[in-house]
Design a protein around this ligand. Structure first.
Ligand SMILES: C[S@@+](CC[C@H](N)C(=O)[O-])C[C@H]1O[C@@H](n2cnc3c(N)ncnc32)[C@H](O)[C@@H]1O
Length: 194
């Protein structure tokens, strides 16, 4: 399993977030949805060996985690607004225990600490100032954590630091979260062909 965990510091935690204002009123939900598409979509199919966990930390009711599992999703659209519907449905579940709110979409009231506790794979922190990913050995079964347009807070950084095996950079330029995921997939596809 190749996992991607994306922290959405401002992402709305109400199922009523505005579909017409994903980048504004919904707290950069566009960024999380684009990241999920980068993690899960390939040409004409889904990556069945990957999942994306979106950690939503914006108002009014954080934290929430929505995990999209490539093995179980029936479809994921290139259209962000369509996928936002999946998130809306997921946010209607406010319990701590993960529930499958639509095929392949799992929701829970969990923040970074609980999400990281739930993964078994070695964790790679993707950060611009990390070691060049091309020089780091990365196993097939792995989890990556990325932030949105806001850096991790000191507290979040400390939580991730306790758990991570390495901090890696995908290149010299600070790119969008979704682009960092695409580059990682490319690196991993070359090292660990299906
Ligand atoms: C838009 S960037 C972060 C914002 C940026 N640091 C800024 O100053 O606005 C979003 C996330 O993508 C990942 N990222 C972006 N460029 C990267 C790179 N060159 N290497 C590794 N991760 C990268 C990191 O996880 C980062 O937190």
């Amino acid at each position: 399993m190749r996992r991607f965990i994306v922290i959405g510091h401002r992402a709305s935690t109400t199922p009523d977030f505005p579909l017409d204002d994903l980048a504004g009123g919904a707290g950069r939900m566009d960024l999380l949805l684009t990241a999920a598409n980068a993690a899960l979509l390939v040409s004409h199919d889904l990556r069945r060996d990957s999942d994306a966990t979106l950690v939503l930390l914006g108002p009014p009711d954080p934290p929430r985690a929505v995990r999209l599992d490539g093995a179980r999703l029936q479809s994921l659209s290139p259209d962000l607004r369509t996928n936002a519907g999946l998130l809306r449905k997921a946010l209607a579940h406010g319990g701590r225990v993960e529930r499958e709110t639509s095929p392949g979409a799992f929701a829970s009231r969990r923040g970074i600490v609980d999400v990281l506790e739930g993964i078994r794979e070695p964790l790679i922190h993707l950060r611009e100032d990390g070691n060049d990913i091309r020089e780091v050995e990365i196993p097939r079964e792995v989890a990556f954590i990325l932030s949105d347009s806001i850096e991790l807070t000191g507290e979040e950084e400390a939580v991730v630091a306790r758990r991570r095996k390495a901090v890696c950079s995908v290149g010299p330029v600070s790119v969008h979260t979704s682009d960092a995921i695409a580059i990682v997939h490319n690196e991993m596809d070359r090292r660990h062909p299906a």
